[in-house]
Design a protein around this ligand. Structure first.
Ligand SMILES: [Zn+2]
Length: 454
């Protein structure tokens, strides 16, 4: 053995126990008592978790003339400091472009920069025969999950296109991750508020009502049933969507749900901040109500929602968000979060008695691995990748943009004190974070081929 993580409390999605973990090369080779090796990482009084997986991030996402502010290098270093050892980003370009070319290009961009392992979902933006024919080839290249949009001018699919794409994905043995909102309703409401000169950030959520997120979710679920395709509803924010998911699950349909820390801990009140501050919270779907939050927590504990991702998509407040100073519809949508998810879910979930330790690990580590085809990740067991987090449950940290590693000039959680924070992180046996600071190498991360289980 090369390295032992000694004396910690191991937490997985199924159990909590005291053990040492022995590592040789990039794998876990032993779990037991009194293990020894040349290098010992002391985890006394700490939790030892599987490396967290963030299955929904957008590093250097290009939206025409504006690009999300984290590169694969800065974003993956921030991820590592937050206890994340695997990211799933998106290969997404434009309608008419080959999925295979898009995938190759994204891997080229990410590969030389990522500090942790990564995989890719592939966005399908049209339903041409050429695109549909590429779906099985993309799956064969290790990307069995496809992102579909029901909103955004450059990416929405109509119902017929959704049906065709879902059918092709289902037939090829893949699954879809879908952004469920109603494009045309958003357009109409936006036009209306702009005509009324209602242009401040607080009007953003009014153009994207929960009612229509629920409508789109229910419609997508029905289309998926018709197409016989397993689907995950991305970033579920409200009770209306949740109800559609619960109904489908009751009738046995393969429907999963994802939510994000921002929907679990923030509300629409943030849009009422003075001046232009509400722009920091412009994202889609938007923040909802306290009652929605409670419903989301309940769904997480009952297994109706399957994981918590971040939808990390940072834009600088000064210079990027400010593009929409005169018009909320020009504010680039998205919030940073890849670095803070594990600590926030510990704080709000475990700390407030909403989640057990094992549920916390299930939602941040094990479930994304299991449901998204990362066979060697998300658990602590002999033979798996030695991706581990030593988490100090007593360490107090006040979240501040200037101390985080994300390349963005704000955090939605500025000033929030959390108790419990990642201390050390190993990625395939290699220490990449020591005492909260990144000690790895950009570009060391590997692309992970994924395969869906049955
Ligand atoms: Zn997203």
């Amino acid at each position: 053995m090369d390295l032992v993580v000694r004396g910690g409390t191991v937490v997985t999605a199924t159990s909590t126990y005291q053990a040492d973990i022995g590592i040789e090369g990039d794998r876990i080779v032993s779990i037991g008592r009194s293990l020894s090796a040349p290098i010992v990482l002391d985890a006394t009084d700490k939790y030892v978790l599987p490396g967290a997986i963030d299955p929904h991030v957008h590093m250097e996402l290009s939206l025409g003339d504006i690009t999300s502010s984290d590169t694969f290098a800065t974003g993956s270093i921030a991820a590592a400091c937050g206890g994340v050892t695997t990211l799933i980003d998106f290969a997404q370009s434009r309608r008419g472009r080959s999925l295979l070319d898009t995938l190759a290009e994204r891997r080229g961009l990410a590969g030389s920069q990522v500090a942790v392992d990564y995989a890719l979902h592939v966005a399908v933006l049209d339903a041409t025969p050429a695109t549909l024919a590429e779906i099985p080839q993309v799956i064969a290249l290790g990307c069995p999950t496809f992102k579909l949009y029901m909103a955004y001018a450059d990416s929405w699919l109509d119902d017929g296109q959704l049906l065709a794409v879902l059918r092709a994905i289902g037939e090829a043995g893949g699954s879809a991750l879908v952004h469920c909102e109603n494009h045309h309703v958003i357009q109409e409401l936006t036009t209306r508020y702009r005509a009324q000169r209602k242009l401040e950030p607080r009007f953003h959520p009014l153009t994207r009502p929960a009612l229509m997120e629920g409508e789109a979710t229910a419609r997508l679920i029905d289309l998926a049933q018709l197409a016989d395709c397993p689907v995950t509803i991305a970033h579920v924010s409200c009770r209306e969507s949740l109800r559609a998911i619960q109904e489908a699950q009751r009738r046995g349909q393969r429907v999963r749900g994802e939510t994000c820390p921002q929907y679990l801990g923030l509300t629409e009140q943030e849009y009422l901040r003075p001046g232009f501050q509400g722009a920091k919270f412009v994202m889609s779907p938007p923040l909802r109500t306290r009652a929605d939050q409670e419903a989301l927590w309940g769904a997480l504990t009952r297994g109706e929602l399957h994981w918590v991702a971040t939808d990390h998509c940072p834009f600088l407040y000064h210079g990027q968000k400010t593009r929409g100073l005169e018009d909320f519809s020009l504010i680039p949508g998205g919030v940073p979060g890849v670095e803070t998810r594990l600590a926030l879910l510990h704080q709000w979930g475990v700390g407030k008695g909403k989640l057990s330790l094992t549920q916390w690990v299930a939602l941040c580590c094990a479930n994304p691995a299991r449901h998204l085809g990362l066979a060697n990740k998300g658990d602590i067991a002999v033979g798996l990748d030695a991706d581990l987090v030593v988490f100090d449950p007593r360490r107090r940290v006040t979240l501040q943009a200037r101390q985080l590693h994300q390349h963005v000039d704000y955090t939605p959680y500025e000033g929030l004190e959390v108790t419990g924070y990642p201390q050390h992180v190993l990625s395939r046996g290699e220490p990449i974070v020591e005492d909260g600071e990144f000690v790895g190498q950009a570009g060391r991360g590997k692309f992970v081929m994924r395969k869906m289980r049955g």
